[in-house]
Design a protein around this ligand. Structure first.
Ligand SMILES: [Zn+2]
Length: 105
């Protein structure tokens, strides 16, 4: 099991952290790690493919300029909570069948 840097492909809650789309984070050895990887919620960070842009306000890291800009342009500032994402939206972002989404929220 990898313990390296990961990239959140969709917003989700991970070991008490509310991850945003495109946010970089470290694995914590959660029992859900394999499931989250398998379903595509997160993928390993690849420094050849992704960027690493740190927010100058909160210090979060993002994998692309688009995700960074989305973070910076949130209503109420970058630390404002992200709107909840539905299972349907998650399935759409991951381009998978809704039926395959089995991760407990
Ligand atoms: Zn920020």
């Amino acid at each position: 099991m990898s313990t390296g840097q990961m990239l959140a492909r969709v917003p989700f809650r991970y070991v008490g952290q509310n991850l945003e789309r495109g946010e970089l984070f470290s694995l914590r050895g959660s029992p859900r790690d394999n499931q989250l990887l398998g379903i595509g919620y997160m993928i390993p960070f690849d420094k050849n493919e992704h960027r690493d842009m740190a927010c100058d306000n909160c210090g979060k890291h993002f994998a692309t300029e688009g995700f960074y800009i989305a973070h910076k342009s949130k209503k109420g500032g970058c630390l404002a909570p992200s709107p909840d994402i539905t299972k349907g939206e998650t399935a759409m972002l991951l381009n998978i069948d809704l039926q395959k989404l089995t991760v407990e929220e």
